[in-house]
Write a protein that binds this ligand. Structure first.
Ligand SMILES: NC(=O)c1ccc[n+]([C@@H]2O[C@H](COP(=O)([O-])OP(=O)(O)OC[C@H]3O[C@@H](n4cnc5c(N)ncnc54)[C@H](OP(=O)(O)O)[C@@H]3O)[C@@H](O)[C@H]2O)c1
Length: 332
């Protein structure tokens, strides 16, 4: 009897694996496609642009600093796989004026054709204790990380729906899956992207447009180095409990997930666990993904409780250290 149940379960799972690709989106071909990457002049965005270029895409890089854009263009062009490929650079602040962003997207589409994939990667992190973060920075982060993704997406979605094809990627963060010490200004901006992505996916799925939300872990980039300058000790210690990823690795995973039309994009076992644990009512792109989430939820919640306990004890230890007067240290 036990053998029969086991055989039935194995057959059922195999059947699901076989049927799964039938309901999954058709992968997007990057050869000849037009990919726009905001924040494409540095870090994760630059590596995403490079990865797409290596697969034959035409690239538009969007960021503010023109010198950084030109430098990135030169680096990316070295990865060309044919002599027709083009890297276009456009300097604009994605967070300020919707009309400006709309104009640059129009320019890009006039030069390289309709956008097949938009990667919203422009963003920044500011860490600090809630009461120490300059009050204007709460609005600034929301403008760049959230509105800076709304504006480019809004500017291209109409054409994607008309063409019945397209991909939009929102680069969130693991800090957009759980709130961590020091990220009271940053985390909400990355959580907001998830809400936007879920609602938008429901609207555009019938038009064969797929949304991906990427949740990178700590990644070695110029932006990460900048963020580290003001990171509280607690945030640094919590962050050091997992390893630092390379931007190239993160970019490869994001591009692969976007091509396949996966809603969630995570990196490594920690990322997989967090995405399964926080999947909530988010869409699934394959039966197997949904099944894995159902099966692993309880186990992952148990592991997460241990993580949360260890984060609490880091915070407590830091507090005791800060409150201990210096002379007590010497007396000991
Ligand atoms: N690195 C990490 O550990 C990590 C982890 C999770 C998530 N992320 C997210 O991944 C994304 C990229 O991070 P990164 O570490 O690669 O950062 P980065 O190296 O600092 O690159 C940020 C890019 O965004 C552009 N940018 C910033 N503000 C902009 C604005 N207002 N308008 C247009 N472009 C703007 C920058 O160029 P200009 O300054 O010239 O405009 C640059 O090209 C961010 O959204 C970040 O929150 C990063």
């Amino acid at each position: 009897m036990l053998l029969l149940v086991a055989a039935f379960t194995v057959a059922f799972v195999l059947l699901l694996y076989m049927v799964s690709p039938l309901i999954s989106p058709k992968p997007l071909k990057l050869a000849g496609a037009h990919v726009v990457v905001t924040g494409g002049s540095s870090g994760i965005g630059k590596c995403i642009a490079m990865e797409c270029y290596k697969q034959g895409a035409f690239i538009t890089l969007v960021a503010r600093d023109e010198n950084k854009l030109l430098q990135a263009k030169k680096e990316i062009e070295k990865c060309a796989i044919n002599d027709k490929q083009v890297v276009l650079c456009i300097s604009v602040d994605v967070s300020k004026e919707y009309r400006q962003v709309q104009n640059v997207m129009k320019q890009a589409q006039e030069k390289l054709g309709p956008v097949d994939m938009l990667v919203n990667c422009a963003g920044l992190a500011i860490a600090g204790n809630f009461e120490n973060i300059a009050i204007d920075n709460f609005a600034r982060l929301m403008e760049v990380n959230y509105l800076g993704s709304v504006y480019p997406s809004r500017a291209v979605i109409g054409t994607m729906k008309e063409r019945r094809m397209g991909r939009i990627v929102f680069v969130s963060s693991q800090a957009g899956q759980l709130g961590l010490f020091g990220y009271t200004a940053y985390s909400p901006t990355k959580f907001a992207l998830r809400g936007l992505a879920e609602a938008l996916q429901m609207e555009v799925k019938p038009y064969n447009v797929y949304i991906t939300v990427a949740y990178p872990p700590d990644t070695d980039t110029p932006g990460f180095a900048e963020e580290n300058k003001s990171k509280p000790l607690e945030t640094r210690l919590i962050s050091e409990s997992s390893s630092l990823c390379q931007a190239e690795q993160v970019a490869r995973i994001i591009v692969k997930d976007a091509i396949q039309g996966n809603f969630n994009s995570s990196v490594g076992p920690d990322g997989y666990m967090l995405s399964s644990l926080t999947c909530g009512m988010s869409p699934v792109t394959s039966i197997t993904e949904g099944l894995q989430q159902v099966v692993t939820m309880g186990l992952f919640r148990t592991i997460a409780l241990f993580y949360l306990g260890s984060f609490d004890s880091i915070v407590r230890r830091c507090m005791i250290k800060k409150e201990k007067p210096e002379h007590t240290d010497k007396a000991e």
